[in-house]
Design a protein around this ligand. Structure first.
Ligand code: ZN
Length: 321
């Protein structure tokens, strides 16, 4: 077949396709997405990004140490409106002998647009009972809510690991009493999510910067919550740092790490931890996974003049990190 034949044939098949699609044009739009997972490989270790969903969030009124108008301007410059869609991501690490989930999604705490982690997990080929350990970056319902379903542990065989300071703060009735009214629900939710695991002797604390499990490190990045910790997975020369809530979104706080958010327990300290995390990631050039960076939330941090920028990983079927 010469080039002309090929072109003629292509034109003919195009014509046929156009004609036949016109015949089937009445198909109803489906409008739903497939459960979101993205398989990655870090030096031979399988890491699966799991989407708990995404939800429109009024970032202009949630960010602090800035103004709503400033936030809207910066978002608009990135072609994002407010409310902006914010992802909730979790990550499953298959070490070969253990299945370890980093953060657990929202469960039933934040409405039906979220709470999709179990479906994503199932689509990725795993069941909750197979999970050996859950490591939490911190205790907020968008990370720990998915631990339970109808008041019982969803992960029937898993031990939950979290920085000791999180257990000490969120499960302390004195702290709950002292908290502002608008923050009390965090304490109630923490008890609901961690309580069943604690009762079953399956809640373990780890110290600042300690390894929660063999093969998993942590970096204490306090402020958002007292024990907020990034989780580190390193295999050979490859390194992935799972950030938790170092940022909410991938635009505003990269340009201005000093911008904080309503849910920060200690906003000033959170801003310091964020600046430190950005500088470290940019300098050492490792992969980063953000719980609220657009799904799958995997990429790099780079310096841009006097600020930082997020560079998302491009899509590849092999998913090599
Ligand atoms: Zn969060």
């Amino acid at each position: 077949m010469d080039r002309r034949d090929f072109l003629t044939m292509s034109a003919a098949s195009l014509f046929t396709t156009t004609t036949s699609s016109a015949v089937h044009a009445a198909a109803t739009p489906v409008r739903t997405q497939a459960p979101g997972f993205y398989r990655l490989d870090l030096g031979g270790t399988e890491i699966t990004a799991l989407s708990d969903g995404s939800i429109p969030v009024p970032l202009d009124s949630l960010y602090s140490n800035t103004t709503p108008a400033r936030v809207r301007t910066v978002l608009d410059h990135a072609f994002i409106g407010s409310p902006a869609d914010l992802s909730v991501n979790a990550y499953l690490v298959n070490t070969g002998d253990r299945l370890v989930l980093i953060d657990a999604g929202t469960g039933r705490f934040l409405g039906p647009e979220l709470g999709l982690l179990p479906a994503a997990l199932q689509s990725a080929g795993y069941s909750p009972d197979q999970v050996d350990d859950v490591i939490l970056t911190h205790v907020h319902a968008d990370h720990s809510g998915g631990l339970i379903l109808d008041g019982r542990p969803l992960f029937g065989n898993a031990t939950v690991h979290v920085n000791n300071r999180e257990i000490g703060y969120w499960l302390d009735r004195g702290q709950r009493t002292k908290a502002a009214d608008r923050d009390k629900h965090h304490f109630v939710e923490a008890e609901a999510c961690l309580g069943p695991y604690a009762a079953a002797q399956r809640l373990r604390g780890f110290s600042d910067n300690a390894d929660p499990l063999p093969g998993f490190g942590s970096i204490w990045l306090p402020g958002h919550t007292p024990g907020h910790s990034a989780i580190v997975v390193e295999r050979g020369t490859r390194k992935l740092v799972l950030w938790g809530d170092v940022t909410h979104g991938d635009v505003v706080q990269f340009g201005e790490p000093s911008v904080t958010i309503e849910f920060d327990v200690d906003p000033q300290q959170a801003a310091l931890s964020r600046a430190k995390a950005f500088a470290d990631a940019a300098e050492h050039r490792y992969w980063v996974a953000g719980a609220h960076i657009a799904f799958p939330g995997i990429g790099h941090v780079r310096r841009e003049k006097d600020m930082f920028g997020w560079v998302a990983k491009n899509f590849s079927r092999r998913g090599l990190l």
